[in-house]
Design a protein around this ligand. Structure first.
Ligand SMILES: [Fe+2]
Length: 346
């Protein structure tokens, strides 16, 4: 068995493969680690058959949808998942074959309605149902402390005590634990009475996870995070450095159309000498009159160097194959004390 635990901050994801047949699965992948998972598969010479989310995550950005499309494999989630891209939906007790390994789903609602734990040989991937020294919270959408009590005390805690517990979160770098160890030492599991357990879970007073709105939006629909949108655009757009643009400004001949896509006030309060003004909100509507020659080289500049990437990508989509973006924005340009012209567009 080939096995690797990949941490993204406190979020844990897992790559597991059958060494004999070279079949692999990825559990709870995170979007910033996509190249890493694909790199592991290449390094180990294995093929990923399933990408699996143990539940709808509210705290990290799931990579299952993007990985599934890149690898042409199904996204595996529980039957109750809201995600429309979950194409292989499991019920409790369902088993997947990963080469010669058997992966069995145990439905464990509580943290979310669609939570499941995954048992593979001596490992139990517990998602956010059981953490090392903790449990998942039950105060987020579809959370239910009563259900979590049943999923734990009448569910996974009755499994083989020697099973190794691999949770979806671990902030202390402990890696893994066992069922027996958690039963003995996990403070939350010491509340063995249902009412006491529910009372405790209802009074944890936890703050909302960061990015919860964006995480639920993207994880439940397959939509992109803002960071993904920007990085996808950046992969399709060439950049020009601030030093390169500075030397073109110094020569007094830009040799390209420099397009400032900020709002009017920002443009007038200071722009790169020679920059033309076309606010991003009007880009598509005015592009035919403002940029009549599609073979022109166009360099887009904005305030932070992010929106310019999207605008350059839009221009390329519209048929400007030489559109690019400044690596940096007007904020960095000003901070570097590079030359600026004030006033309205000529
Ligand atoms: Fe979670």
């Amino acid at each position: 068995v080939i096995f690797e635990q990949i941490a993204t901050g406190g979020c844990q994801s897992y790559f597991i493969a059958c060494g004999e047949t070279c079949a692999a699965a990825i559990i709870d992948p995170e979007v910033s680690q996509i190249d890493r998972y694909l790199g592991i598969a290449a390094r180990e010479g294995v093929r990923v058959h399933y990408v699996i989310d143990t539940h709808t995550h509210a705290d990290h950005f799931s990579a299952t949808d993007e990985l599934a499309r890149a690898l042409d494999v199904p996204v595996v989630m529980h039957r109750d998942s809201a995600a429309p891209f979950a194409s292989l939906r499991l019920d409790g007790g369902d088993m997947l074959l990963i080469g010669k390994m058997r992966l069995t789903a145990v439905h464990t609602p509580g943290h979310t309605r669609d939570s499941m734990c995954l048992r593979v040989a001596d490992k139990l991937f517990t998602g956010d149902t059981l953490l090392i020294g903790g449990t998942g919270r039950t105060d987020l959408p579809t959370g239910d402390p009563e259900a979590l009590y049943d999923s734990l005390f009448n569910g996974i805690l009755k499994l083989d005590p020697a099973l190794n517990v691999y949770p979806a979160h671990d902030y202390k770098g402990q890696g893994h634990s066992t069922i027996a160890q958690e039963i003995a030492t996990n403070p939350r599991l010491q509340k063995k009475d249902r009412a006491e357990f529910v009372e405790m879970m209802n009074h944890l007073n936890l703050s909302a996870p960061t990015h919860i709105t964006e995480a639920l939006r993207t994880n439940m629909t397959g939509g992109k995070t803002v960071a993904q949108l920007l990085s996808d655009a950046a992969k399709q757009v060439p950049f020009i450095s601030m030093a390169e643009l500075q030397s073109r400004v110094a020569q007094g001949d830009l040799g390209l159309v420099l397009l400032d896509v900020r709002e009017k006030d920002a443009y007038e309060s200071g722009h790169v000498p020679g920059a033309r003004h076309l606010p991003r909100g009007q880009l598509e509507l005015r592009v035919n009159t403002e940029l009549p020659d599609p073979t022109q080289r166009v360099l887009v500049v904005c305030e932070l160097g992010l929106i310019s990437t999207l605008a350059a990508q839009t221009l390329r989509t519209l048929g400007f194959p030489r559109a690019g973006a400044l690596d940096g924005g007007m904020k960095a340009w000003r901070e570097a004390n590079l030359p600026i012209t004030k006033g309205s567009a000529p």
